[in-house]
Design a protein around this ligand. Structure first.
Ligand code: AMP
Length: 433
């Protein structure tokens, strides 16, 4: 199927083709005709599925089909709510890109930057507003924003908005909108809370659910490096250097940890950027731009900061610390191995994280191969079935089992679920399964 079969106008088809998109993605195929028909939508789709274009393209077309007020009297007709500043900026960029041959105006508002330029832009009149909930309510409070003419509401990454505590803000905003409007809700997961919210705001929605462009088990090789906690930084620097990695996204659990690791890597001479919630908007934008254009080799990020960012098809994703929530592992590694290119997801795991590792393996329904780097052999074994045994206790009576594990590892190349043999790795002889 081609984009022209979806009922999009020539101006939009031109913009899409200039972006190099040849075929609509599954979510686009399903969502675009339904939205053009005025239907509400409940879509289970994550970043990377093409969901932004799935709502932006039909939204632009619908707005363009009915006449506009003169520029200065324009009121917001489409409102896109999204949890993070980065996501808001990216969606706005997409709206501008796809709408470049249409006479519509869009702007974006989010916290962490001065409000005055945003007020000035709103006063000039906009058709499409992309916003994070808190800043939107600030603007409403300052009486510079009238939402009484909104025709289309998009809630993007609704699950994240709720996770981040925006539910009250979202409800307040919805109460400011006209009752009659079209609603599009996108969420990667469907908790009871999301179900309740969608039940309250959507009218007879079309429900669609799409998988990521590739499932995490395909194309991506998963490896666990067993390593002492206080040697993780050294191991990471070694892996980046010895593998001559050019672009690696590193996940850590805390903002403080992200800053510390970035400082350490910089001291090692590795160009490093940081992305977390305490960084100023300018610093985040700069870090992301540097990473995308190749000036920054390592981008250290927390889960929340990285959520929803359009950075994918990365060759390497490193879990410097395992996430507390196993599903976050899946989100993190969804950044690598996209669109036919293969990728590596490496986790540096210390003894304290063994339970988290076991939980991740349960979610994946797979064992992740363990390896050690030469010179970084730890004093423990990452045996998820027997987490408290020190490595020395595995000698003697359990030897047979160890040998079995080594043999199996030598049949399946270590560190791979698919193909290819990683460099400079050896199977962890202490691993028992
Ligand atoms: P999203 O899921 O909206 O974050 O989109 C993920 C990425 O897919 C973005 O970089 C888009 O530019 C890209 N994309 C969206 N639609 C298509 C398409 N039909 N063909 C190829 N790439 C696309």
């Amino acid at each position: 199927m081609s984009f022209s079969q979806l009922g999009l106008s020539a101006e939009l088809l031109r913009a899409v083709s200039e972006e190099g998109y040849e075929r609509p993605t599954p979510v686009q195929k399903q969502a675009i005709p339904a939205v053009l028909n005025g239907k509400d939508l409940l879509a289970g789709a994550q970043t990377g599925t093409g969901k932004t274009a799935a709502f932006t393209l039909p939204l632009l077309q619908l707005l363009n089909e009915t006449p506009n007020a003169p520029a200065t009297r324009r009121m917001v007709r489409a409102l896109v709510l999204t949890p993070t500043r980065e996501l808001a900026a990216q969606i706005h960029e997409s709206v501008v890109t796809y709408g470049r041959y249409l006479p519509l105006r869009a702007t974006v508002v989010f916290g962490g930057v001065g409000i005055t330029p945003q007020i000035d832009r709103l006063r000039k009149g906009v058709d499409i507003l992309v916003a994070t909930p808190g800043r939107l309510l600030d603007l409403v409070g300052q009486r510079v924003l009238d939402l009484s003419r909104v025709e289309i509401l998009v809630l993007d990454e609704a699950d994240r908005m709720l996770d981040m505590g925006f539910i009250h803000d979202v409800r307040k905003i919805i109460n400011l909108l006209p009752r009659k409007r079209q609603n599009l809700l996108f969420s990667a997961t469907f908790s009871d809370e999301i179900r309740t919210l969608s039940g309250q705001i959507l009218h007879a929605p079309l429900e669609i659910e799409v998988a990521r462009r590739n499932a995490p088990t395909e194309l991506v090789s998963h490896t666990v490096y067993a390593v002492e906690k206080d040697r993780k930084h050294e191991l990471l620097a070694y892996l980046v250097g010895s593998g001559r990695w050019k672009q690696v996204l590193v996940f850590v659990r805390t903002k403080h940890g992200a800053d510390r690791l970035a400082r350490q890597l910089e001291r090692d001479g590795i160009d490093t950027g940081v992305l977390h919630g305490n960084k100023s908007q300018g610093a985040r934008t700069q870090a992301l731009a540097g990473f995308k254009n190749g000036k920054v080799t390592v981008l250290v990020a927390t889960d929340i900061a990285a959520r929803g960012l359009d950075i994918d098809q990365l060759p390497h994703v490193v879990n410097y610390e395992l996430p507390n929530v196993p599903e976050d592992y899946v989100h993190r590694i969804g950044r690598t191995g996209r669109a036919g290119s293969s990728g590596e997801a490496l986790s540096l795991v210390c003894q304290e994280e063994i339970k988290l590792l076991a939980a991740i393996e349960r979610v994946l329904n797979k064992d992740i191969p363990r390896v050690t780097a030469p010179g970084f052999e730890p004093s423990f074994s990452l045996d998820t079935r027997n987490p408290n045994l020190p490595r020395s206790a595995l000698k003697g009576s359990s030897r047979g089992a160890n040998e079995g594990a080594s043999r199996r590892n030598s049949q399946t190349p270590p560190g791979r679920w698919n193909s290819g043999t990683p460099k400079a790795k050896q199977a962890d002889p202490g691993r028992r399964r």
